[in-house]
Design a protein around this ligand. Structure first.
Ligand SMILES: CC(=O)SCCNC(=O)CCNC(=O)[C@H](O)C(C)(C)COP(=O)(O)OP(=O)(O)OC[C@H]1O[C@@H](n2cnc3c(N)ncnc32)[C@H](O)[C@@H]1OP(=O)(O)O
Ligand SMILES: O=C([O-])CC(=O)C(=O)O
Length: 376
């Protein structure tokens, strides 16, 4: 029945309940377990947000101390994993490296087959702790530099930057990076989270679901857009070129990366908070040219098309200013979103139903297989 209604891209279709986060396009707001994300970004660390997303409540001082201890104890790059990463060509995209790394972590985790809630939580926390070392080392090896061991006296974000750049970062940089991690951590049934839930729904394991989620995040219509934003900035060069560049891009019907959203149609709730973090980085690094280009493109594209920036738009230039190579931007998104993915994996497992929608067949009608001449 080709005239049966279908919901292409599942647009507008609610497929399950979630208590992890609430995306509200009417009020342009995002709640993590009931808390407005911009309030969390202003007052707590990424570690506390991760705890909140997994456990449903912010940690007490004692709970936070125990979690921080666990995280710091699991930060090291497993030497076996390092050897495997070293075998991967630097022509491989860093998303392929982090996806392969999580797959190896799954194969080497003693609890992979244990899907009890406690084991799932421990695996989620181990991934949270270990992914930064993979991303940081991948950037370093691409630059011909050695591994930097983690430091136990630094928080998650400061240590992440330390392992990448081999120097203790200044507070404004740590703060902006931490805010980006908080904002990227969770966003309801986006494509990568939904992928993780589909995989979990078959009763597959947590690492497999995260590997699938990374694969879904890689695409430029989703997480890959933060990298693509920087390529756009490089192409445009400077603010004065925006109009001419946009004329041509729109004439070619190109998608402008970092703009538009499936759910938010009047602006992404996270952009103002990330834009403030970008402003602070622009001031810290003395790069008003980046802000001029950012504003020129955002103002002109939104005025012409009524399409607003999404979180990837301010995050791209922010990561560039901090010093990350452009191809590493989406792996940074992975490091953060692994929290949301694993919270959803646990939620899916706790009230599972196999995810298996229907399709409406529109191929050729039933026909007979042609008779074959017998082979001599
Ligand atoms: C963290 C995140 O993952 S946020 C998303 C990151 N992705 C991007 O930034 C990639 C660029 N943006 C896009 O491709 C889209 O806005 C999406 C995929 C994010 C959402 O798209 P959808 O909800 O499926 O809407 P769709 O792609 O159908 O867009 C509706 C219309 O707006 C246009 N449009 C939407 N976004 C853009 C854009 N960034 N540039 C140019 N046109 C756009 C589409 O071409 C379409 O126009 P049409 O009706 O004339 O064909
Ligand atoms: O919600 C979405 O579709 C995409 C997004 O913004 C995210 O995953 O952060």
């Amino acid at each position: 029945m080709a005239d049966q209604e279908i919901y292409k891209g599942l647009a507008g279709v609610p497929v399950d309940y979630t208590a992890v986060s609430k995306v509200n396009p009417e009020t342009n707001s995002l709640l993590y377990r009931g808390y407005p994300v911009q309030d969390l970004a202003a007052s707590v660390t990424f570690e506390e947000v991760a705890y909140l997303l997994w456990h449903g409540e912010l940690p007490t001082d004692r709970e936070l101390a125990a979690f921080e201890q666990f995280e710091r104890a699991n930060r090291h790059l497993d030497p076996v994993l390092k050897r495997i990463i070293d075998e991967l060509p630097t022509t491989a995209h860093p998303m392929d490296v982090v996806r392969s790394a999580v797959s190896v972590m799954g194969a080497r985790d003693d609890e992979t087959a244990d899907d009890s809630p406690d084991a799932e939580l421990r695996k989620a926390k181990r991934l949270f702790a270990a992914i930064p070392a993979v991303v940081a080392y991948d950037q370093r090896r691409r630059r011909g530099l050695d591994l930097v061991e983690p430091r136990d006296d630094l928080g998650y974000s400061a240590n992440f930057l330390f392992m990448t750049f081999d120097e203790v970062p200044e507070l404004p940089v740590v703060d902006a990076f931490d805010v980006s991690m908080i904002l990227y951590a969770e966003h309801s049934f986006n494509a990568s989270t939904f992928t993780a839930r589909v995989i979990t729904s078959t009763l597959s394991d947590l690492h497999s679901a995260v590997v699938g989620a990374i694969a879904a995040l890689k695409g430029p219509l989703h997480g890959g857009a933060n990298e693509a934003v920087m390529h756009t900035f490089d192409e445009i060069g400077e603010a004065s070129n925006v109009t001419a560049w946009l004329d041509e891009a729109l004439a070619q019907k190109r998608k402008i990366m970092g703009f538009g959203h499936r759910v938010y149609k009047h602006g992404d709730s996270r952009v103002p908070t990330m834009k403030t973090a970008l402003d602070s980085l622009v001031g810290y690094y003395g790069r008003p040219d980046i802000l001029d280009l950012y504003n020129a493109l955002a103002d002109e594209f939104t005025a012409r098309k009524g399409i607003h920036p999404n979180l990837d738009y301010p995050s791209g230039p922010a990561y560039h200013l901090i010093g990350f190579d452009t191809e590493l931007f989406t792996p940074l998104f992975v490091a953060s979103r692994v929290v949301g993915w694993t919270a959803h994996i646990m939620e899916q497992r706790a009230a599972n139903a196999l995810i298996r929608p229907l399709s409406v067949y529109n191929g050729v009608d039933q026909r007979d297989v042609p008779a074959r001449e017998p082979v001599e």
